[in-house]
Design a protein around this ligand. Structure first.
Ligand code: ADP
Length: 473
């Protein structure tokens, strides 16, 4: 069974990863240094043996009986306390057939042993261990001694090289964990310092609740990664705050709008019940209550429409719709209101313009615009509806001769429940939702609503739909 241990802190994880990488790099480095030093020490020793070999070739004289005399024979006896004087070099010489010709009296046993099997023409190096456990390095080769060929072996102690490499190994092995310990601790401190802003962000984020949405995360350095992260979070918090605020305002406005007709129904009912009345009076009271109920109904319908659009649940049932025909239907539908105010409504649709749209949704948008035009234009006003096909899109323009809309309101009239003149508009029956509904209906079709002032007076609302689907018949 394997147990995957995973430290919970990023700080510890970073420090551990750093440590693992460091151990690997340091181990490789230490191994490289060790191999290099050992190799150069050995190469030094071998170079020395080579020189000894050449010197030995010149240091022999041949006696008349064929034996050899070593001319540098009287060396001082080695001092066992001084490793350097017991380090050689020792010389041993054989005739080509293996007969011993000369042996340094101090040469350790393995040096004097005849290498059976002959000796290669090229000199060869070899490490061997003496009976006392010390190591020797030998060079054996064919040499030219006082005019005759012979096998010459030169040996030196390898102990010094071994001692030095052992010392180096100990230093490296002891130094590695100490270096790693210091580096690991350093990595932990660096990681802690680098991640400290995250701790501060976590604490700040924990404090941001629905009640304290205005708080923001601290940003130490806006240009680094953590600064970017905090900025993104802060932007999200800003959007959240805006939607919370919008929701809060919407709920407050909706409750307020509903309370007005409910209060009216209640008040009319209470007054009606206060004393006995004629059936004519009851008739009027009930009629006025039904009117308020109707207003409430319209409000709830509007809210439902917006809620559906918000949740994206309003699936469009697209079909070919002739915009001129739709304008005529809408005017027909609202003609009673216009006639009440003796307004003239004209439609200009010189050619049929057909778009792929949800007939009911688009019709509602147009009804809201024409209804507003009628509502806000004075008696005897003129309302002009123009359907046109542009090269890139199609437009339905509704122009009236009403009071117009001041620039400071233009930005806000599409907001929910926004009314320029609350008393005037409520009297006319609006809750400030008509334009919001119209805009969401048009946007659902990929279009937009533009608004501008008409000359000399009045307002122009324009529904602009993309020509993607529309076909001009
Ligand atoms: P309402 O139900 O109050 O009409 P709307 O969302 O349709 O709500 O319109 C928002 C506000 O924009 C209205 O209260 C009104 O003040 C202003 N408005 C809309 N249409 C016109 C118009 N044609 N002329 C002047 N003002 C308008």
């Amino acid at each position: 069974m394997t147990i995957a241990w995973r430290p919970r802190s990023v700080r510890v994880r970073l420090a551990l990863w750093h440590l693992v990488a460091l151990v690997a790099v340091l181990a490789l480095y230490a191994g490289g240094v060790f191999v290099f030093v050992r190799h150069s020490l050995m190469a030094n020793l071998d170079g020395q043996l080579h020189e000894d070999f050449e010197r030995a070739e010149d240091a022999f004289a041949r006696n008349p009986d064929g034996t050899l005399s070593y001319l540098i024979a009287d060396r001082e006896p080695p001092d066992p306390a001084d490793p350097d004087t017991s380090a050689g070099p020792w010389v041993v010489v054989w005739a080509l057939d293996g007969r011993p010709l000369y042996r340094d009296a101090l040469a350790p046993a393995p040096v004097a042993a005849w290498a059976s099997g002959g000796v290669a023409v090229r000199p060869s190096f070899r490490s061997a261990q003496a009976p006392d456990g010390t190591w020797l390095r030998e060079l054996t080769g064919r040499g030219d001694l006082a005019g005759g060929a012979a096998i010459v072996r030169i040996a030196r102690s390898e102990e010094r090289v071994r001692r030095e490499t052992r010392g180096l190994l100990v230093v490296l092995l002891l130094g590695l964990p100490i270096a790693c310990g210091i580096a690991g601790f350093g990595a932990y401190l660096v990681a802690r310092r680098a991640l400290a802003p995250i701790d501060r962000m976590t604490t700040a984020a924990r404090g941001i609740t629905a009640a304290r949405l205005a708080d923001r995360l601290p940003i130490d350095n806006p240009d680094d990664e953590l600064g970017h992260l905090a900025s993104v979070f802060n932007a999200t918090f800003s959007r959240l705050e805006a939607s919370f605020e919008q929701l809060r305002r919407f709920t407050a406005d909706a409750s307020h709008e509903m309370r007005t007709p409910l209060t009216a129904i209640r008040a009319v009912g209470e007054v009606g019940l206060r004393e006995p009345r004629s059936s004519q009076e009851y008739h009027e009271i009930i009629g006025s209550m039904l009117e308020e109920a109707d207003r409430l109904n319209r409000l709830v319908e509007s809210l439902l429409t917006l809620a559906r659009a918000d949740s994206g649940g309003a699936r469009l049932l697209r079909e070919p719709v002739d915009l001129g025909g739709m304008a005529r239907e809408v005017v027909e539908h609202l003609s009673v209101l216009a006639e009440d105010k003796q307004q003239a409504v004209t439609i200009e649709a010189p050619q049929p313009v057909v778009v792929q749209a949800d007939r009911l949704v688009l019709r509602q948008a147009l009804i809201n615009l024409v209804d507003n035009a009628i509502k806000y234009s004075p008696a005897h006003g003129q309302i002009r509806i123009v359907v046109a096909a542009e090269p890139s899109d199609v437009t339905v323009t509704v122009q009236d001769t009403g009071p117009g809309i001041a620039p400071e309101h233009i930005e806000r009239i599409f907001e929910r429940f926004y009314r320029i003149d609350k008393s005037r508009s409520r009297g006319a029956g609006g809750a400030g939702l008509g334009l919001s509904i119209a805009r969401s209906a048009v946007e659902a079709h990929g279009g937009r609503i533009e608004v501008e002032c008409a000359q000399p007076a009045g307002t122009v609302f324009r529904i602009v739909l993309p020509r993607g689907n529309p076909q001009q018949a």
